[in-house]
Design a protein around this ligand. Sequence first.
Ligand code: ZN
Length: 357
Amino acid sequence: MRTLEIMPHKMRKPFNRDRARFLAFYAVYLGLYPTEQNCFDDIINWLRAAGAIRCPQCHSTDVMCDSDATVSRTGTCQICTATVWLTAGTFFDHMKSIRAWHAALWLKEHGVVFNANQFAEQVEISASSAWSLLKRIDMVLHAYMEDENRSVASSLFLSVFGRRSRLTPRDEHPMMEEQAQREQELREQGTASEQQPLSEEQPNTDSLAPLEKEIYAQLSDKIITSDQLTAKLNRPIFEISAALTMLEVAGLAHSFNGSRIVKADPTLERRSINAEQDTERDSNPKNKARVKPIIKFIRRIFRSVSRKYLQLYTAKYWFRTHRKQWPIGSLFLACARFHDIAEQEIVDFVSPTMVLI
Ligand SMILES: [Zn+2]
């Protein structure tokens, strides 16, 4: 009996069609662009096609790359001899690895799908560099989606929210970010559409029990959970819950989903009506059918995503399914026409509660 002995120590990774395709296309790509110079020349050609290379002094487009341009990223104006920073202010401004940036665009244009880790491993850059490079490309795609008047509630994607972002409520599942974002948007709408300023009058808390007062002091327009209150005030949950109920009855606190509490706000009622309308849109069966293939795609390539960047994942899918609009070369050109995307812009990106698909 040696069945157990012939079992390999590590199960081999199952054959992955997407990964095999990625490797095959990458090999073809390396054949077409064997050197970094080839990649750089191609990027410069796209920037020229986009009219993005121009002398800062005389505005001439007659600019020649310097001989060490892959390193210096400089050129020389053939009219006035001024130095030209070839990629400054363009999408390629933050480009460290020329190979990685060029390969990512080429592969995407050829319909190859991959996640940041696969790409980083193959192109030999750090996972974080790969991540922000791919986010930048997705942000360009997203900008092109704006014209399309198709959006669905982000809550339809709840099942793929498995990654944390800096917006994920502390100690909670990444899914809770959806609720937090909706509440955040409601608050913003409330502030923006407020006709008259809120009464400055402090509500009367004299009649509250001591624990109710203590809890009330902890409430603000930021969400706090009853668990957090329990920990903060070091009181048993049932006492906290009872006191919260009293506060809610007194109109001094408001809870979402039973356990997430904010200070009561007079505009809340009107805003929660808006939220209900959103929920109605969620249950539109057409939208559910629309997001189904996108969810499948996200699961297949990324397994799960953070809510924060959902919009950039639906942009990937949109790009894949709008190939007529994106023939070979068009993604390079779109990026060459785009402006520099600062790291902070990626950090600050938050998918709205209605996402374009
Ligand atoms: Zn010049």
